[in-house]
Design a protein around this ligand. Structure first.
Ligand SMILES: [Zn+2]
Length: 505
């Protein structure tokens, strides 16, 4: 009797385990399907990879998985979960970062010219002429000036060359000088206490270099370096925001906004002649977001003249500055109403943590037919806007490190673009002002987007899609588009071949 019961029990247990096994199997299949569906629907999820690209992808993903596994064990050394000022040293040691540096990244679509070049290079190369001075302005901000007895100076002027020669430690002197044009601090958490003060520090940097770049020879050297740094980071095209403020030179010539644009065009053409893979540079005329209606009307008038003179070089208009304290886009609806049909707006909008205040700038940007939107950090809070943006294919220029350094969030794993990535929004990754926080080109922003904002299993498809998006949402003629596609495809093939070549490692 006991033996029979035992047999029945065993049969029952076996039976239920068979049933449970089938259920578990179905459960597992369902889990995998859900995860696969999410990945396929996300940015890059639909991209097809060639067999060589698949092999390169395995190398990339082995490195990514190893870094994540190590990061889970030692989060205090895991750059993607850290503030950039803490994490940069670890990012530089990362294999994934090294691969991203070598990857062709397409176009740089959101950057402000005077904040794009590395601060270290500026100090070492643009402050060595013997006619350069520093002094403090009325607010105590250090400014560079070429003028002896500059009226902006409210302290005694110091000759930079003399100071450098007299310095006990030249490197230390240069590091001190660099601090005035770089936001870096070993304790970035202290910056977040007062965001207004942080923005003030950021804007002071532009005051510090303002007169340095008004001198035409320095302006030209600076912009040549800007193009070099783009190329060094495997970027082949850029659309940059620039104010085109007047310049002067040694012959007392004053350069108008159009003259400055001509200088930039000349520098770009000279650069292209030496770097055949560099496709070009275009300008977005960008002016402060604090103005009277009359002043804004004047800026628009200048823009229209510039665009009429160079329609394929000065391609659009934007307003810059802290959105929370600046004027809203809606203040200037009249002034913005008759944009030439060949020109575009590229508004900064939604770069805010204030829900329902300055975030409505995104609505006005859309209603004014903006070509792209800078940041749109507040987008997930506005479903009416995000559905329109998706339908109308308006690209969002996401600048992860800018948002972090300027204090909109601490941990990039919580960046609102995680939602845009999951929903395959038309986004591009950009760098905004890499030179003033120790980044260079797009690589660091791509790295953080890949490691902190995309899901763990996002792979080479994600990175390639970002590069393809940057080209797709650039403003190019048919001929330029053919060229950029050709150059990108060639560089991409080389990149994949190099990755599969053992020497690459
Ligand atoms: Zn910007």
């Amino acid at each position: 009797m006991r033996a029979m019961l035992l047999c029945q029990l065993v049969a029952l247990l076996l039976g239920s385990s068979v049933q449970l096994g089938a259920e578990l199997q179905a459960y597992q299949t369902l889990r995998e399907r859900v995860m696969k569906a999410e990945l396929t629907a996300s940015l890059g999820g639909n991209l097809w990879l060639s067999s060589d690209e698949e092999k390169a992808n395995s190398i990339l993903m082995n490195a990514k998985r190893a870094e994540i596994a190590e990061g889970v064990k030692n989060p205090e050394k895991y750059a993607p979960a850290m503030h950039f000022f803490h994490g940069r040293q670890y990012a530089r040691q990362s294999e994934v970062f090294r691969i991203i540096q070598k990857m062709p990244k397409g176009a740089f679509l959101h950057g402000h010219n005077t904040a794009m070049v590395s601060s270290k290079w500026i100090i070492q190369n643009l402050t060595t002429t013997n006619n350069l001075y520093t002094c403090r302005d009325i607010n105590g901000v250090l400014i560079f000036t070429y003028k002896a007895n500059d009226t902006m100076c409210h302290s005694e002027e110091q000759n930079v060359c003399t100071e450098r020669i007299n310095a006990e430690d030249r490197n230390q002197y240069e590091r001190q000088l660099e601090k005035h044009i770089n936001l870096y601090t070993a304790k970035p958490e202290t910056l977040l206490v007062d965001r207004k003060k942080l923005w003030q520090r950021f804007e002071n940097i532009f005051t510090t270099v303002d007169r340095l770049y008004k001198y035409q020879p320095t302006y030209c050297l600076y912009h040549k370096r800007l193009l070099e740094e783009l190329c060094e980071d495997n970027i082949i095209y850029a659309e940059i925001r620039a104010s085109l403020s007047p310049l002067y030179d040694d012959h007392n010539r004053t350069y108008s906004a159009l003259d400055v644009a001509n200088e930039l065009e000349r520098i770009t053409e000279e650069f292209k002649a030496k770097h055949h893979d560099f496709v070009g540079l275009k300008l977005i005329y960008a002016k402060r977001n604090q103005a009277s209606e009359a002043q804004m009307a004047e800026r628009l008038k200048t823009f229209k003249q510039l665009h009429a003179a160079k329609p394929n070089f000065i391609i659009g208009f934007d307003m810059i500055g802290n959105e929370d304290s600046g004027d809203s886009i809606s203040k200037f609806l009249n002034e913005f109403s008759d944009m030439p049909s060949t020109a575009n707006f590229f508004f900064h909008a939604g770069e805010t943590n204030w829900h329902g205040r300055s975030s409505w700038n995104m609505m006005d940007a859309i209603l004014l037919n903006t070509k792209r939107i800078g940041h749109a950090f507040a987008l997930p809070k506005h479903p009416q806007l995000w559905s329109t943006i998706k339908k109308r294919n308006i690209a969002i220029e996401v600048s992860p490190l800018s948002n972090q350094v300027l204090g909109y969030l601490w941990d990039l794993r919580n960046h609102p673009a995680t939602f845009m990535i999951a929903e395959n929004f038309p986004i591009v990754i950009s760098a905004d002002d890499p030179g003033v926080w120790g980044a260079k080109g797009l690589s660091y922003d791509f790295y953080y987007a890949f490691m902190a904002m995309a899901p763990a299993e996002a792979d080479l498809r994600f990175l390639k899609q970002l590069a393809l998006n940057s080209i797709k949402y650039s403003v190019l003629t048919a001929q330029e588009r053919r060229k950029i596609n050709r150059v990108f495809q060639k560089k991409w093939r080389e990149f994949i071949a190099n990755m599969l070549n053992p020497k690459f490692n």
